[in-house]
Design a protein around this ligand. Structure first.
Ligand SMILES: [Zn+2]
Length: 421
């Protein structure tokens, strides 16, 4: 058994933020305090200024004997940011969680029917479709929940998940004159006990570029049973159009001499960029959902072709992909979502380098004969480029299946990414 987590991020409406500068101020102080606490704690433990740690490494470092150290740092740091007793108490109790999530956990209650309100800081009332935030030393505020949000929570309850804790969060944008703090949200962390599935098959995913679609193969008993290409042509078309429009606006803004006109063009470009971002997020969400559904149906482990990071960033920045750069943006998101979703359902998740240019029959380097059709000069093997990684997975089936059986579960959040419903 292990704990898995999914996070729902609920945006605080802009109007409320404008009316309540005290909420914005509090969220900024909470974030700065949490970050400083983590930085100081890790520096004391590792001796390094900004250690890059994986969740597993962090898990090993935060042993019970570090608790007093953590508590002392919390006392010192939190008072500096004017955070009262309730925050100190929460952070001390959840000193490990505070470090993992880099945010101060708030206690939370979910009311599904008529349960008694037990005065937690975050109160999610499904029946009245509202969320209350209170007891934080500022005037309470209420967010109305969207239908979609309520449905998402109900689905999690049906999966026996429970609301474990919440965060008041704020997004930070990197700017030329230092960071600026913008959108506010409340994040709800749902936890679920899960028994890891003993995999009986593999679902292999080759992600390379959004507009080529995502190639998926189902492998059972070492045979490629089914291949799918997940792609939504309409969305791809929309993305391309958005991209062209953004580029045009940015070019015009760069040439524009009138400051007012220029700022108008820039804000229009920003608006379209966030629209594009939402679209990409939508594609990643839907695709991950379909892949995990297939994996659950066949009790399969999810194996993702891990393009190595250098190839990924080179492609993202290269001239070849200059105008297609945005099509790589969704890939990291897709992987994170796949991992979170697979773990949520107890399915093993593995990232593995699978070749797309090396012949799966004889191992020779292949050449691209026609657009995306690969051919092996040594043995004559030929197939679509996106199928090659799937054939490699077929060839390595038993080894990969064995690898996915090694326990990768820990009781700590594996991804600290915040997912929206
Ligand atoms: Zn060959």
């Amino acid at each position: 058994m292990g704990q898995t987590y999914r996070v729902l991020k609920i945006r605080i409406p802009w109007r409320l933020v404008e009316e309540r500068p005290d909420v914005l101020d509090l969220a900024v102080r909470m974030r700065l305090a949490a970050e400083e606490y983590v930085r100081r704690l890790l520096k004391e433990i590792t001796g390094q200024e900004e250690p890059k740690l994986t969740t597993e490494e962090l898990d090993r470092l935060l042993t019970p004997d570090r608790r007093e150290l953590a508590r002392r740092i919390i006392e010192e740091v939190f008072s500096k940011y004017g955070l009262g007793r309730c925050f100190v108490k929460q952070a001390k109790t959840f000193w490990r969680e505070t470090a993992f999530w880099r945010a101060i956990p708030l206690n939370a209650q979910l009311r599904v029917e008529n349960e008694k309100d037990v005065s937690r800081a975050v109160f999610v009332d499904l029946r009245n479709e509202i969320l209350k935030v209170r007891k934080l030393g500022v005037q309470p505020f209420i967010i109305r929940l969207r239908r979609q949000t309520v449905e998402w929570i109900r689905e999690r309850i049906e999966e026996d998940a429970r609301l474990r804790l919440a965060f008041l969060g704020i997004e930070r944008q990197k700017g030329k004159k230092g960071p600026t703090y913008g959108k506010l949200y409340v994040a709800l962390v749902f936890a679920r006990e899960v028994t890891p599935v003993e995999p009986r098959a593999l679902v292999v995913v080759d992600v390379n570029r959004l507009d080529h679609g995502v190639a998926v193969g189902l492998l059972v008993d070492g045979k490629l049973r089914q291949t799918l290409r997940l792609i939504d042509r309409d969305v791809i078309k929309t993305l391309r159009r958005l991209h062209e429009e953004i580029s045009r606006l940015e070019e015009r803004a760069a040439r524009e001499t009138d400051p007012a006109r220029r700022s108008f063009l820039e804000s229009r470009a920003r608006y379209l960029k966030s629209k594009r971002y939402r679209k990409i997020r939508g594609v990643a969400e839907q695709t991950a959902g379909e892949i995990v559904k297939l994996a659950r149906k066949h009790q399969a482990a999810v194996v993702v072709d891990a393009m190595d990071y250098e190839t990924y960033s080179a492609r993202k920045q290269s001239g070849e992909s200059g105008d297609r750069k945005h099509l790589y943006d969704g890939l990291g998101q897709l992987k994170r979502r796949l991992q979170t979703l697979a773990q949520w359902y107890g399915l093993p998740y593995l990232e593995e380098r699978l070749y797309s240019t090396i012949c799966p029959r004889c191992g020779a380097r292949m050449v691209e004969e026609k657009k995306r059709i690969m051919r092996c000069p040594a043995c004559g093997f030929t197939d679509h480029r996106d199928r090659v990684p799937l054939l490699w997975a077929k060839r390595r089936y038993w080894e990969l299946l064995q690898k996915t059986k090694q326990p990768a579960f820990s009781s700590t959040p594996t991804t600290v990414t915040l997912l929206t419903s």
